[in-house]
Write a protein of this length. Structure first.
Length: 274
């Protein structure tokens, strides 16, 4: 491991204890004739979000490795994203994506992955199976394509509604309070499940997000959002990255080998064609 890699690893690897996940309703529930009102009530704020920028404190584990880092995120519809990762104030990577084209600059090793698939690159960099569009709905606690006709109710306080790649959970407490989306179950391309959970909500948008895979060894992360700005214009330049002339190429497979947030020493370099 290089000295730079060792410094970055020491910066992001920590020991932390995550709180227990909330207990979600199980079983068949009772069919609901019309859940549209509850869905609209629980997602009116997040559906009003177009762009979002935020600073995100990340802690938890990926692939059994404890980590802590800070992200600066900028997201815009339908599928544009910029993430800058830092550890102990030192830059780790910059990820940008527009449409089906993404680039990631691994700053501490001066390595670059260009024109790759955003979902694969984002998962390789963070450990979580997200594409930019799903990242935006996940951070805003929103739905994608809910099927309100298949909603099921559990008592007076819970509704479960199928969504595009899983289901969302709505809760009201007490039972006369407004409905709120508190959790979602997602399935990735391999069929593996992971859960998003929302606790602290400000103006309808979450500030505390928990992401955990069913196989907890894959990832278990807490995201705390601050400096949140909603619907501020983001110029096209935000979703581009300046590539240093000295940067050497990195393949997607090599990026996966670096581990979450670039925490493992990068493999040997392949000289860039000049």
């Amino acid at each position: 491991m290089t000295r730079a890699a060792a410094v970055a690893l020491a910066a992001i690897v920590t020991s932390s204890c995550a709180a227990s996940l909330m207990t979600l309703p199980q079983g068949a529930g009772v069919a609901v004739a019309d859940a549209r009102t509850a869905l609209a009530e629980s997602t009116v704020a997040c559906h009003g979000v177009t762009t979002i920028t935020a600073e995100i404190a990340v802690s938890g584990s990926v692939n059994g490795q404890r980590l802590r880092a800070r992200l600066i995120a900028g997201l815009a519809p339908p599928d544009s994203a910029r993430l800058e990762a830092f550890a102990l104030g030192q830059p780790v990577f910059i990820f940008v994506a527009r449409g089906n084209d993404a680039t990631l600059l691994l700053q501490r090793n001066n390595r670059i992955v260009e024109h790759g698939p955003p979902d694969a690159m984002l998962e390789a960099a963070t450990g979580v199976p997200l594409d930019p569009a799903t990242l935006r709905t996940t951070l805003t606690g929103c739905t994608t394509v809910p099927d309100w006709r298949e909603a099921r109710q559990f008592g007076d306080d819970w509704l479960v509604v199928p969504d595009r790649d899983g289901q969302v959970y709505l809760r009201r407490s007490p039972h006369v309070a407004p409905w709120r989306l508190v959790a979602a179950i997602h399935r990735d391309g391999s069929g593996a499940e992971w859960q998003a959970e929302y606790r602290e909500v400000v103006s309808g948008v979450p500030r505390d997000v928990r992401l955990r895979s069913t196989d907890r060894k894959r990832f278990d992360l807490k995201l705390v959002l601050s400096q949140v700005e909603i619907n501020e214009p983001l110029a096209a330049a935000v979703f581009r990255v300046q590539i240093p002339p000295s940067a050497d190429p990195l393949t997607l497979d090599e990026l996966r080998e670096t581990g979450p947030l670039g925490s493992v020493a990068a493999p040997s370099r392949t000289p860039r064609s000049r």
